[in-house]
Design a protein around this ligand. Structure first.
Ligand code: MN
Length: 278
């Protein structure tokens, strides 16, 4: 039994908690996370040495990886890896960067990870990698690239993490948590949500058209008035000042996909293809 800096009483055995992110080891989001999680267990930080946002579940396979012990700006020790967030999680879970963690928290990402966008996210992928390796994991993001209130709202996740550490999370399910960037006194509470739909228009800027190859800058512009306004979604919760908790169970298609193609005559289709080749 102990007491954290946020007055939360915890009674789970001291866990080893891996902190990682995709914004890179110098991100203020990682510092904020470490500050609030430090009292919940033994913290191991293994983070990419530069910003790997939007690399999703990418891994490094074309070169060896380096793990460097590092002391962060806030005096905390950890490890810097010249690889992706998922590389960091894999190395840490192999016990190659300090004690093997039994819980993973990724973040706090500067910028929301909601709706369809979670499939781009290195933060969410880091947590996904952990749950696929049977280690419970939470991804945490704040809904601003330049958050103003993170230092006061980050502590709000401590009771939840404390409960998750004590009681466990559902197997193969990661919790995707998004914080609104509002003063702590304006946070309305927390909502269990589902992923909304992010809708974008791509804006393409031609950078040079004189030489070859032509280069482009592609930027996604948010399209207003889409399905993300639906009640019950992560977008709606955060917009209304709530913390959003979305349990994510990765099942790309599953039974629904099989049902959709269930009445296709595959024997006929592939039989015909084979006959045409021979
Ligand atoms: Mn990021």
């Amino acid at each position: 039994m102990g007491e954290s800096a946020f007055g939360v009483r915890y009674n789970h055995a001291m866990a080893t908690i891996l902190l990682t992110n995709d914004d890179g080891l110098w991100s203020p989001g990682l510092v904020a996370l470490r500050r609030v999680v430090a009292s919940l267990g033994t913290v191991v930080t293994v983070a990419p040495d530069h910003n790997y946002s939007a690399v999703a579940r990418g891994i490094t396979i074309d070169r060896p990886l380096h793990i460097q012990p590092a002391t962060f700006g806030d005096g905390f020790p950890g490890y810097a890896v010249d690889g992706t967030p998922v590389d960091c999680v894999r190395l840490a879970l192999l016990g190659l960067a300090g004690p093997r963690p039994d819980f993973v928290v990724a973040g706090i990402n500067l910028g929301a990870n909601m709706g369809d966008d979670v499939t781009y996210s290195g933060t969410v992928a880091a947590a996904l990698e952990a749950v696929l390796l049977n280690v419970p994991a939470v991804a945490v993001s704040v809904a601003s690239r330049e958050p103003r209130y993170l230092s006061e709202t980050a502590g709000l996740i401590v009771p939840f993490l404390d409960r998750a550490l004590a009681g466990g999370l559902p197997p193969r399910t990661l919790i995707n948590l998004n914080l609104p960037d509002v003063p702590r006194s304006d946070v309305q509470g927390a909502r269990l949500t589902r992923l909304g739909r992010a809708s974008y228009h791509d804006q393409v800027i031609v950078m040079s058209d004189g030489g070859r190859p032509t280069t482009y800058s592609m930027r996604a512009l948010k399209n207003g008035g889409d399905a993300s306004d639906e009640a019950g979604t992560d977008f709606a919760a955060v917009r209304e000042g709530y913390l959003s908790l979305t349990p994510l169970l990765f099942d790309f298609g599953g039974d629904r996909g099989a049902r959709a193609l269930g009445d296709w005559d595959l024997d006929g289709l592939f039989g015909r293809a084979t006959a045409a080749v021979s």
